[in-house]
Design a protein around this ligand. Structure first.
Ligand code: BGC
Length: 749
């Protein structure tokens, strides 16, 4: 790729697709041909109109100001003398609105492509065909394409040569692909076509998902298909897409008059339903319409089922939340005008993600972007890759629980796969983040002040508010401690001297206890030191100290003295009971609440929360037909109305982090820190009669680990498989402990 030139069209194609093309004249018979290609935008490579490879939306989404991946394809069998190599490009993330949040299309950034075709002839000589100003530029049948807004394809427009490409200088560094390929997966058949009370024709695919709809049809030349997407119907059964906010998700196709196959070339949508706004005057054949699921090509590693169908549906929703939001970057949601790599959502779901799928490459790539976008002073913003807004850092807050992804994700990936590379690569970034916090707070050992997202969307946030009632200073200081602890752990794995950070951790703990737990008591309220901005204002000028989330974080992250543990656990249990056995927690309390309870002997209450069906609960959404995780506990209210239009995604995986409790505590499989990657595991099941049985497995580098428990009357039976190279420390509820090595085991008690 070294000598290939970046090229662009002779004039700015703005929102339309553009194709760069070159005829390849060969000197001899080809032994091997390899194509390297990339784009500022997204591209598909073709040789003689045949698509190269099966990736879509290449080169994926990276921190484009710093680096962009290039892909490598073996094209030996495709290339002939005189073949035409073309790169068909659209705006994608780098050029489109999504990567440039304040303006739609920044004029200085145009679609650019780069490629190098390396040919080795049978005589051993090599020749390179590289992009430069000898390539031709063609128009495309894509007249408009934008990730949020959709695409217009017109099969009737002539494709014309508009002149030679222009060479451009791009500062962005080209790096080989680190992440997974983005590819098409399942093709879902429609479950029904129906007419809504408003008289609109709607197709239901039965599953909320990310990807696009493919149509095969033959209609009159010039006839039009126009479709819009939605995740849910409203209470009257009408098509509802107001929660997509500004993202239009409109696909428009103009038919050629011959057999056509339509699907987007440079965009994707998050949806379960489509509305046929316009359709040719022909019979609709559902066999020719498919919803194509698109996500990063990760290997599925985890599996789970239990005796409660609602929990099984919840697990299904967690998996589909991951499929829908692991499209090259871990995103908050796949449908509205966000689809961004929100760091908070990413860190809370990271452990669950690593159980469900092999996410090593996926995270290695995203963490490369995180490091590239980390500010000089160590600050990590709310969205990675950063989206250009013209404002300070990515236009987001430097928030506790979000920026901490820099410490939490490498550690979780290390635990799951045992590879120290991820720690080596990220250690300096982890340290810089801890140092950033050290200076950001009003005190060295606490993170007071700052602008945070807090316990985002918690139920104690107050009507129409986003940030929960828990003191942000308390939350920020807990995450300061946790990130410092992970830095210490990572440093020890890497054989570094981390004495300074061990001391820092101890000082944070000491100061936290003095400030937040004076005399062993949590204060009802703490003075509030944050900056307030419009719409994200707190419920009152004091932030609460005594909330479920505060107790959960203190217990789970070991912030209190041992002597206060039982009392705090009881306080948490009382608060849950007084709230009708329900949570008030949001994004930062919910992932840990079940852990905080079961770690302190109250798995009984954890199960009650897990099996709760009233708002707020995981099963409420299941009872209301969810096929993915909802952003808000009451995204859809009891009366069928919606929580809001502006923060109401039905495909937001954050609360899906509950699966790491089902796997790690209910079934009871946990990787050990001293032998990560599941080389050694702790197995400590917590059976529960209402769940009936639970059966989970994970495919590791050493083989499949599986634990099943089930009830026969009052006796619990256990079936455990441990691969040859793995050792497992088993603890059964009676307290019986034993060490298992490779083999199949059964127990009963
Ligand atoms: C996103 C969240 C994100 C949050 C920041 C929202 O708009 O959808 O999931 O973490 O902003 O608080």
């Amino acid at each position: 790729m070294k000598d290939a030139k970046w090229i662009k069209a002779p004039y700015d194609f703005k929102l339309a697709g553009v194709t760069f093309q070159k005829q390849i004249l060969l000197k001899n018979t080809v032994k091997k041909a390899t194509l390297y290609a990339s784009c500022m935008g997204v591209y598909d490579a073709f040789i003689d109109n045949k698509k190269v490879g099966d990736a879509v939306l290449a080169p994926g989404w990276t921190s484009y100001l710093k680096h962009v991946q290039y892909q490598k394809y073996d094209v030996t069998n495709m290339l002939k003398n005189g073949s035409v190599l073309s790169l068909s490009c659209g705006q994608g993330w780098a050029v489109g609105h999504i990567g440039n949040h304040s303006t739609n299309h920044i004029s200085s950034i145009e679609i650019c492509a780069v490629a190098s075709l390396k040919v080795t002839y049978v005589d051993g000589k090599t020749e390179h065909f590289r992009t430069n100003n000898s390539w031709d530029t063609y128009t495309s049948d894509v007249l408009f394409s934008e990730i949020y807004d959709g695409e217009t394809q017109d099969k009737t427009v002539p494709i014309t040569n508009v002149g030679k490409a222009v060479e451009v200088k791009i500062k962005t560094k080209l790096i080989p692909q680190i992440g997974e390929w983005i590819v098409e997966h399942e093709r879902l058949a429609p479950i029904k076509l129906f007419t809504t009370p408003k008289g609109e024709r709607v197709i239901d695919f039965g599953q909320n998902m990310t990807g696009y709809v493919e149509f095969k049809l033959k209609a009159k030349r010039g006839e039009k298909i126009a479709i819009t997407h939605a995740e849910v119907l409203d209470k009257d059964g009408n098509f509802y897409n107001e929660n997509y906010r500004l993202a239009k998700n409109l696909m428009t196709y103009i038919c050629s008059g011959n057999d056509d196959i339509f699907k987007p070339k440079h965009t994707f949508q998050g949806f379960r339903y489509i509305r046929l706004d316009e359709f040719p005057d022909i019979e609709i054949n559902l066999d020719n319409i498919r919803a194509v699921v698109v996500h990063s090509d990760m290997e599925r590693t985890g599996d789970f089922k239990c005796g409660n169908e609602k929990i099984n549906q919840l697990y299904h929703n967690v998996i589909w939340g991951q499929k829908s939001n692991y499209l090259d970057v871990p995103t908050d949601c796949p449908q509205r005008d966000e689809r961004l790599g929100w760091t908070g959502d990413t860190q809370v779901f990271c452990r669950t993600a690593s159980i469900n799928y092999n996410v090593y490459k996926f995270f290695r790539k995203w963490l490369t972007d995180l490091r590239a976008d980390q500010r000089e002073d160590g600050a990590v913003c709310g969205i990675i890759p950063i989206v250009r807004t013209g404002k300070a850092i990515g236009g987001t807050r430097l928030s506790a629980g979000w920026g901490d992804a820099v410490c939490i994700c490498p550690w979780e990936v290390y635990l799951a796969y045992g590879d120290t590379t991820i720690l080596k690569e990220n250690f300096t970034a982890m340290k810089k983040w801890v140092e950033y916090i050290r200076k950001a707070g009003n005190e060295e050992y606490l993170w007071l002040s700052g602008l945070h997202y807090g316990d985002w969307l918690a139920m104690d946030a107050g009507e129409n508010e986003y940030i929960g009632a828990t003191s942000n200073d308390l939350i920020a200081s807990v995450f300061y401690a946790y990130s410092t602890l992970l830095l210490v752990k990572a440093g020890k794995v890497l054989g570094k001297d981390v004495t300074e950070y061990e001391e820092l951790y101890n000082n944070i703990l000491k100061r936290f206890r003095e400030y937040f737990i004076p005399n062993g008591e949590l204060l009802e309220q703490y003075p509030y030191t944050e900056i307030i901005t419009f719409k994200h204002k707190p419920v009152d000028i004091y932030r609460k100290g005594l909330t479920q989330t505060a107790l959960v974080l203190i217990l789970h992250f070991n912030m209190c003295e041992q002597k206060d543990r039982a009392r705090f656990t009881e306080m948490l249990v009382k608060m849950i009971e007084n709230n009708g056995m329900r949570m008030t927690t949001g994004f930062l309390g919910t992932p840990y609440i079940l852990h905080a309870l079961s770690e302190n002997g109250r798995a009984d209450i954890a199960y009650k929360l897990l099996l709760q069906e009233k708002i707020p609960s995981w099963l409420y959404s299941v009872n209301h037909g969810a096929t993915t995780m909802w952003e808000h506990w009451d995204s859809l209210k009891e009366d069928g109305s919606f929580w809001s239009t502006d923060m109401n995604s039905f495909n937001h995986y954050a609360y899906g982090a509950v699966y790491d409790w089902l796997f790690g505590v209910s079934v009871g499989i946990k990787p050990r820190e001293d032998m990560p990657g599941y080389k050694a595991v702790d197995i400590a099941p917590h059976p529960n009669k209402e769940l009936g049985f639970a059966d989970a497995s994970i495919k590791t580098a050493y083989g499949k680990i599986r634990v099943k428990w089930y009830y026969k009357n009052d006796t619990v039976h256990y079936e455990i498989s441990v691969p040859q190279a793995v050792t497992a420390n088993l603890t059964l509820p009676s307290g019986y402990k034993t060490m298992l090595s490779g083999g199949e085991y059964v127990f009963a008690e």
